[in-house]
Design a binder for this molecule. Structure first.
Ligand code: ATP
Length: 564
């Protein structure tokens, strides 16, 4: 297809306000793309490469301005392009405002609507951009500008408009992923569901369009996951335990690890690649994950999980620490000395030669355990001992779930995730089958009236704090909160509370009222366990209210008003 034809069609799409008409235009475009279908299906969305491919052009706006300026003629420089941009506000308009000097460019400018007179094709544009992306090392920026200049030099104004936008990822003609999905279904008469599924597993609109056209629905249904080609991560919605149990009767409960999402691909020849949640390759930044894979994995697998920063004892460190490692390209070994990371996997998308996306969550987790378990370990080994495997329980009792949440916080994690045990893995979906706890709507200021000394490494720290609210002159208990925070924070809280210890009995400590905690919670329930008659469900430590005295803490009346 001529690039001029593509540019004309893009202009028509851009001018079209109605969504349905846009789909009709894209349908026509795909039908007419012939051998260039894959490229056209991506270009129309403003993409040069498939979504799974983290290759970038790696060319900044100023290099693009320079290429435009050079193509525009001797009197123009990059500053002039920037000035026009400031005036016009959009790079496509700026590029289209020049008459490019190249012979073919002028030819195209005077050519007909179908781009006759111009010989620049979408394939040439793609091939040149692929060369441009591949240019590396010293002098590569100059080479990129040269290549791009070569393209602009052959463009008409309208072609230049869409080339500039494509290069700077600013296509903005109103074509989203849904538009292309609908247009592929329409153009090649295949069911939308099949297109959708094929897109989820391949993340390549070009390939899906070509297969839909050439092989129909059978071809689409045969597109499978591929090791080395990342898929989008399944995401979570906010929700409450109550909602989850109402809907599913039983929930799969997992610890929520506070790290960065990773997708690990391990191939038959033993190569491991790791991708971020945005499908960017982060393999080189995470040698610990590669070492883990070398030791643990034998067969080809695709795993979904989290990479967490840990201290010397293996306890989790705050999320900010992972960030110091996650996308690092240089000095990885040095960074590793400062912050260690380890992977925790919670899902298995492919194992045993099969894609598992359609399998229920619990089956996928069983497969995951089989993949990660040490074959030499004794049969009855507790699953909690499988290194790198997320902990998962199925529960239908809110009290049990609350206990899991408290344990997760106590172990220094973020809390819990709730998942529908029967649900499939839906790449890229933020559906209702995965829930993270809703942010707390209200908070309460409670007096800390008791605590427990920790165990093991935390023996010198106070933890699991008893919370009370005021009832006239009395203080009545309303719950206990584990902090879910770092040793550093626990040390700080211990220092603050220890002077107020009134009595000790084993690990249990009574505290005189002195310190006020701000806590979040999911619900307030009536409860015989605490003297106030109420219990905070899923209490969360948020902060010390050093500006408040116990007399300023919240009251039983407030609890009652919050419940009504
Ligand atoms: P969002 O996904 O809403 O954009 P986010 O990236 O900050 O936001 P959260 O919403 O807080 O993440 O929670 C979802 C994330 O929690 C997942 O993407 C994953 O990285 C992480 N996570 C930790 N433990 C688990 C687990 N057991 N199961 C699924 N996700 C988990």
């Amino acid at each position: 297809m001529q690039f001029a034809t593509f540019a004309d069609r893009a202009a028509a799409i851009e001018a079209e306000p109605a969504d349905l008409e846009i789909v009709a235009h894209v349908t026509d475009l795909l039908e007419d793309a012939e051998a260039d279908l894959e490229i056209v299906a991506r270009f129309v969305q403003g993409r040069v490469f498939p979504a799974w491919d983290s290759t970038t052009l790696d060319i900044g706006p100023s290099a693009c301005y320079e290429a435009i300026a050079r193509a525009a003629g001797t009197n123009v420089d990059a500053d002039d392009v920037e000035d026009r941009l400031a005036e016009m506000g959009e790079i496509g308009d700026v590029a289209a405002s020049y008459d490019f000097g190249g012979q073919q460019g002028l030819g195209a400018f005077t050519g007909g609507d179908d781009g006759s007179g111009d010989d620049l094709t979408v394939r040439e544009v793609y091939d040149t951009l692929a060369d441009l992306a591949a240019a590396e090392g010293s002098g590569s920026q100059d080479r990129k500008v040269d290549l791009l200049f070569g393209l602009f030099n052959r463009c008409s104004s309208e072609e230049a408009r869409y080339l500039a936008r494509l290069v700077l990822s600013e296509m903005r003609i109103g074509v989203g992923e849904g538009t292309v999905r609908d247009a592929v279904a329409e153009a090649f008469d295949v069911p939308e569901d099949s297109v959708e599924r094929a897109l989820q597993v391949s993340n390549d609109y070009g390939e899906v369009a070509r297969v839909a056209r050439d092989e129909g629905v059978a071809g689409l249904d045969a597109i499978d996951l591929e090791i080395g080609r990342p898929v989008q991560a399944m995401l979570a919605q906010a929700g409450t335990v109550t909602d989850a149990l109402d809907e599913w009767e039983e929930a799969a409960v997992e610890w929520k690890y506070d790290g960065a999402r990773i997708q690990l691909h391990h191939s038959a020849d033993g190569e491991t690649r790791v991708f971020s949640r945005n499908m960017e390759e982060v393999t080189d930044a995470l040698p610990e994950v590669l070492e883990y894979a070398d030791e643990t994995l034998e067969d080809p697998v695709i795993l979904d999980g989290e990479v967490v920063a840990v201290d010397d004892d293996g306890s989790p460190l705050p999320f900010q620490e992972v960030l110091k490692r996650f996308r690092r390209k240089h000095d990885v070994e040095k960074a590793r000395e400062e912050v260690t990371v380890r992977p925790v996997f919670f899902d298995c998308l492919h194992a045993g030669g099969e894609d598992l996306l359609e399998e229920p969550l619990t089956t996928r987790h069983d497969q995951l355990r089989a993949v990660l378990a040490d074959d030499d370990a004794p049969e009855d080994e507790d699953e909690t001992d499988v290194e790198g495997l997320s902990l998962l329980w199925t529960a239908d009792d809110p009290d049990e779930i609350e206990a899991i949440d408290a344990d997760a916080l106590e172990a220094g994690h973020e809390g819990i995730m709730l998942k529908n045990p029967d649900s499939a893995y839906s790449p890229g979906r933020r559906g209702k089958h995965w829930r993270k706890r809703k942010p707390d709507v209200e908070t309460l200021d409670c007096v800390v009236t008791g605590a427990e000394w920790g165990e093991g490494r935390r023996a010198n720290f106070l933890g699991t704090f008893e919370l009370s609210i005021r009832d006239g002159d009395d203080l009545e208990t309303v719950g206990k909160v584990a902090t879910g925070i770092t040793d550093e924070k626990l040390a700080e809280l211990t220092e603050l509370l220890e002077p107020h210890v009134a009595a000790e009995d084993g690990q249990d400590v009574d505290l005189e009222p002195a310190v006020v905690f701000e806590v979040g919670y999911e619900e307030i329930q009536t409860s015989p366990t605490y003297s106030s008659g109420y219990a905070l469900r899923f209490p969360r430590f948020l902060a010390v209210r050093s500006d408040k005295e116990p007399e300023d803490a919240d009251t039983l009346e407030r609890i009652e008003s919050l419940r009504s």
